[in-house]
Design a protein around this ligand. Structure first.
Ligand code: SF4
Ligand code: SF4
Ligand code: F3S
Length: 268
């Protein structure tokens, strides 16, 4: 309560905005508490009231005023082909805005699979050369926290922010740069259908008796055995459910290159 709220610049490159959509639905903590009480979200071109030159001036103001003391949150990624012309913000390539804002930040949060891995716009043949944040040539060498998922779970997003603000340090990251507390286990390790997998009870058709009984979706292409995320523990919509619980296999949306790893419905 006594600490000044830390400024955050939330930039948007090539993306679909559903990472933001997820974030604003966090129940614990409530997104409004994160935005209004825990941090100072000074720039977010999707939800801010300001527009045009007034909005762009805020980026410069924060970068100059809070050198080394603001968090850079990135949703989406920059396309590098044609000098970045496939994503223009305020008349300039997004990659330039990203590099400028990264230069003086304290740390970078790569929201979602777009910023973390590239996601659908980087899928083959990737005509715009969409590039995940950590692979952007010439980007300042700053700590990067990857929070992958398409989108990431709302409470995982707000928990990462809460951790940063509470402890004033990065959460422990795994070798791929993801917070260990949410990405150290496979969906398969904590899936409630796992006993059916172990017993060899598999759904073979979407409408067969095994589907009605809630058996394992492995033979329908479930990527839970190779996907690291917290969906089977934290779940979605404040712990209500997750894809497998709704009857569809995991498509591995938090994994690097999941669009190019074969059909969502092919067995592993
Ligand atoms: Fe949208 Fe997925 Fe990219 Fe998030 S990671 S902006 S949900 S496409
Ligand atoms: Fe594993 Fe998927 Fe089967 Fe769950 S439904 S036990 S994650 S293969
Ligand atoms: Fe994505 Fe699989 Fe979770 S598809 S939302 S990682 S269950």
């Amino acid at each position: 309560e006594t600490k000044p709220r830390i400024p955050v610049l939330w930039l948007h490159g090539l993306e679909c905005t559903c990472c933001s959509e997820s974030f604003i639905r966090s129940g614990h903590p409530l997104a409004k508490d994160v935005i209004l009480s825990m941090l100072s979200l000074d720039y977010d071109d999707t939800i801010m009231a300001a527009a045009g030159h007034n909005a762009e001036a805020i980026v410069t103001e924060i970068v100059e005023k809070y050198k080394g003391n603001y968090i850079l949150a990135v949703e989406g990624n920059p396309p590098l082909a044609e000098d970045g012309m496939y994503c223009i913000i305020g008349g300039k390539p997004f990659v330039d805005q990203l590099k400028y804002a990264a230069e003086s930040c304290k740390a970078i949060i790569s929201w979602g699979s777009c910023a973390s891995w590239g996601c659908v716009q980087a899928a083959k043949p990737n005509p715009t050369r969409a590039t995940p944040v950590h692979k952007v040539p010439g980007l300042a060498d700053k700590p990067i926290i990857k929070v992958p998922g398409c989108p990431p779970i709302a409470e995982v997003m707000t928990a990462v922010v809460a951790y940063l603000l509470t402890f004033d340090k990065l959460p422990t990251l795994d070798k791929q740069g993801r917070p260990q507390m949410f990405y150290s286990q496979r969906i398969h390790d904590k899936c409630y259908r796992r006993p059916h997998f172990d017993a060899g009870q598999f759904v073979e058709q979407w409408d067969d008796e095994a589907a009605r009984q809630g058996h394992c979706l492995y033979k329908m292409g479930c990527k839970g055995p190779t996907t690291y995320n917290a969906c089977s523990t934290v779940k979605w919509n404040e712990g209500t459910s997750f894809p497998i619980q709704s009857g569809h296999g995991c498509i591995g949306c938090s994994e690097d290159g999941f669009w190019d790893k074969g059909s969502f419905y092919d067995r592993l």
